[in-house]
Design a binder for this molecule. Structure first.
Ligand SMILES: Nc1ncnc2c1ncn2[C@@H]1O[C@H](COP(=O)(O)OP(=O)(O)OP(=O)(O)O)[C@@H](O)[C@H]1O
Ligand SMILES: [Mg+2]
Length: 530
């Protein structure tokens, strides 16, 4: 490691610290100026690591510290490693957990027989890219039907704080790793350290860690480290794609934190900020990472990325930039989450470029279009229902509302990852079952079923079984608590989506939204238990 200046050997390149301002370190090198992206070591045992970001003049470089800079002082010796940041690649890294420097952080010995590769790599050239379009099934109804994911594509899970991005991402890992041959790499950028630990344990418990690699640069780490950790994970993914010809699933939670780290680095370097304080190089930073996630003739990297949306504003520049890289965008809505309709996917705002007849087939395409039409019609009628009541709607509109509400319920699903706190067993649903279910609802086969029979179920057959099991729960029509129209309207406007506890068949042509059963609030959590 660091040796005194007087002992500097020919192969060594030593410099001295000129200034330290937080994470920004200027270093003077008299012999040879280290190129951009070189890694410099300083402090005791070279533990303080700095990445060169700029060459200021003929003898000084400016770097960003990737570790805390405590103890670093002017005049201290710095050694140029002569290399950029590198991470280990090879079979041995499977089932291990790393940080941005490629050091194992799972308290096990460092992996042996590995090759070290630079994390700064160019995206594959156009000629090497492959362009086949295939669907990637997730077992989650709402996604498979309305937002089909692309094998080898990039999908984003957009949402504000706490609407379920991490839960949905974890569920996808659970569903996919189990029955796919490929392997996955999880990259945690700037999120909670606790979540990393929980996921690691979860993967051990589920017995899928053997096919996984985890890379973390969480919120406790300096911005430089969070900014580079995505590239570190991607370098490992590229190894599996290019050298081992495998399909890789790359999961990133959260790509917004990557942009945010870039913004911090840029601010530290004193660059002029752009709109809303974002770095002026946001587009370049992001495409540098996203363009490397590509399909080649050797294999495919399918990526699913959580995208935090500041203040739930989808027009935020960070969200807009990420949107443009994706083949599918799953938008999570706070409103749906507040109604207990999990996964809280906004069915109308989410979209996928795979949803075309050429790729998903005519039946799936037409069904998806019909579902969207029905939901859109319901959306446009909501105001009228809230102000004037269901009575003012035409029979046709009432039926559309009933269908839309049943579809919304059917597209909820209990997750394996939430079993502990929801108390419901997770369900995996095949695309065929999901499509069949939606088709039957659109054909009004469930018109006479209560909406709650469709809530948090798997395949549609479960609704029929549930109905068959509970014939005694059917109450005569007269017993249902009636509400005055005005009251219904008020409540209808406030909480039109509340789950209905009744398991009896509702009256024909009288869909559920306006019924204001006093028990309905309590029943939201477990609509089946009534
Ligand atoms: N599918 C689901 N079923 C039941 N509850 C859910 C589901 N998804 C999310 N939740 C609830 O929402 C909470 C927050 O979810 P999650 O941690 O995934 O949010 P997030 O979008 O990742 O938030 P952040 O931006 O803070 O990381 C969960 O703890 C859980 O209570
Ligand atoms: Mg999260």
């Amino acid at each position: 490691m660091a040796v005194g200046f007087q002992n500097q050997t020919d192969s060594q390149n030593l410099g001295s610290v000129v200034s330290v301002r937080g994470g920004v370190v200027d270093v003077r090198f008299d012999r040879r100026l280290p190129p951009i992206f070189s890694v410099l070591h300083a402090g005791a045992e070279g533990k303080i690591i700095v990445e060169v970001m700029a060459q200021l003049d003929a003898s000084r470089v400016r770097g960003i510290a990737l570790t805390p800079t405590e103890g670093l002082a002017r005049g201290m010796q710095v050694e140029d490693s002569g290399k950029p940041l590198e991470v280990p690649v090879g079979k041995e890294i499977m089932s291990r957990m790393f940080d941005v420097f490629g050091s194992a952080i799972d308290r096990k010995p460092a992996p042996q027989n590995v090759q070290w590769r630079s994390i700064h790599r160019a995206p594959p050239p156009l000629s090497a890219r492959s362009t086949k379009s295939e669907i990637f099934e997730t077992g989650i109804k709402a996604i498979d039907v309305l937002v089909p994911l692309e094998r080898g594509g990039k999908a984003g899970l957009f949402g504000g704080a706490g609407v379920g991005k991490t839960v949905l991402l974890t569920e996808m890992i659970h569903n996919m790793i189990g029955h796919q041959q490929g392997m996955s790499i999880f990259c945690g950028i700037g999120e909670r350290c606790r979540e990393g630990e929980e996921l690691y344990r979860g993967m051990i418990d589920a017995g899928v860690l053997n096919n996984m690699v985890m890379v973390y640069g969480q919120m406790n780490e300096p911005p430089g480290s969070r900014f580079r950790v995505g590239a570190a994970a991607l370098t490992m993914a590229e190894y599996f794609r290019d050298d081992e010809h495998r399909d890789v699933l790359l999961l990133i939670d959260n790509i917004f934190r990557f942009i945010q780290a870039g913004m911090e680095v840029s601010g530290l370097l004193g660059e002029m900020p752009s709109r809303l304080g974002y770095q002026s190089t946001m587009g370049t930073d992001l495409s540098g990472l996203e363009e490397r996630i590509a399909n080649t003739h050797a294999g495919a990297i399918t990526s699913i990325q959580a995208v935090y949306v500041p203040a739930d504003d989808l027009t935020d520049p960070a969200a807009v930039h990420v949107f443009s890289h994706l083949s599918a965008s799953i938008v999570l809505s706070r409103k749906r989450a507040s109604e207990g309709l999990y996964p809280a996917i906004d069915l109308l705002q989410s979209s996928s470029k795979m949803a075309t007849p050429g790729i998903v087939g005519d039946r799936h395409y037409n069904l998806a279009q019909e579902i969207r039409r029905t939901l859109a019609q319901y959306e446009s009628l909501k105001d009228i229902v809230a102000m004037l009541g269901m009575e003012q709607l035409s029979l046709e509109d009432r039926n559309a509302v009933a269908r839309a509400r049943r579809l919304e319920r059917f597209l909820t699903q209990p997750f394996f990852t939430t079993e502990q706190f929801s108390g419901m067993k997770g369900k995996l649903v095949s695309l065929k079952d999901s499509l069949d279910g939606c088709e039957q609802i659109l054909r009004d086969e469930f018109k006479d079923y209560p909406e709650s029979a469709l809530y948090m179920i798997g395949a549609i057959g479960e609704a029929r079984k549930l109905e068959a099991k509970l014939p005694e729960a059917k109450q005569p029509e007269a017993k249902r608590p009636e509400t005055k129209k005005g009251e219904a309207n008020k409540l209808g406007a406030k909480q039109p989506e509340t789950q209905h506890p009744e398991t009896k068949r509702s009256n024909e042509n009288e869909p559920e939204p306006q019924k204001t059963d006093p028990q309905s609030k309590a029943a939201t959590a477990s609509p089946h238990e009534s």
